[in-house]
Design a protein around this ligand. Sequence first.
Ligand code: NCD
Length: 351
Amino acid sequence: MRHLIDFGDMTRQEWDELYRRCSAIIDNPGAYIDACRGKVSCNLFYEPSTRTNFSFQTAMLRLGGSVFGFADPNSSSIAKGETLKDTIKMVSSYADVVVMRNPREGAAKAASLYSNVPVVNAGDGGHMHPTQTMADLTTITRLRGGVDGLSIGLCGDLKNGRTVHSLIKALEKFHGLKFYLISPRELALPEYMRAFMKERGMWNVEVTGLEAVIPQLDVLYMTRVQRERFVDPLEYKRNKGIYILNRRKLAQARKDLLILHPLPRVDEIDIDVDDDPRAVYFDQARYGMYARMALLMDLANQPRLPQQPVEIGVRPLCRNPNCITQTEHYLPPLIKQNGGVDCCAFCDRAL
Ligand code: NCD
């Protein structure tokens, strides 16, 4: 694996190896304090972040490497109108690995075209967030011994929640899973994710109520309604606060349920749930740091490769208003097939 843009970039075998390394780090972190000695990570956060940015930073520091970057793009030349291409060409000449979060779908894929060091997608709009998925899989595997055969409830904003999309992409690599997709109709999974599940025959049911399915679940993955992705404020108002997990609802759940949440939480889990042994979302955030250590050990130690020429585009092919190709017009017109349909290779939407 050269870049981590989408969980589909990783084979099941690569994930198993990464998980083994992550588990070894959790058991003996002191053995890895020089694993990235002399290496430098550039963290570009164009969107707010607490866990992802800090856990990437601490992961690199705990491996003996160093970190530079920004948490606010207005403090860089982006405020003067610099393109993503030029920013990436510059920072990838200073760093050994680039970690980027950006509000536009497909931004990390775009960055990877112009970088001569590995690029990690730390969240691209409402599209994907593969390193959160590494945290999620590590949590489930450490606490349940494995992922195969579990019934998993994904609850909340399945339309805009990038962590859900990445998690589904990853869970395709496991066997015997049942998915309960719990959301209001307006916030159901986007079409490209439904097509992905359908093409791979992933068992799922879509429901609007949490209480009816909670007794079935081994894992309940709660998510926040992603206010920043709504164009229509009324649509957000209609849907906010729609699912609230509380002690009463949990009384119906299995004793060994795992409650996950990528965080930040707004109101979708009552704070009195935090002390329930089934609530593992704070452990999940800590596992995320170890999973990122395992990833950085691999990527930051890869050789710098010469930059290949990239075709120059003239106008965006894709009509998704949130796609990176809408603002960075020089991007090449890349197409990929999802379920036999031509899709934008940056944001996955059907063309
Ligand atoms: C998530 C994200 O940024 O997508 N947070 C995170 O990285 N842990 C979830 C969210 O913001 O709701």
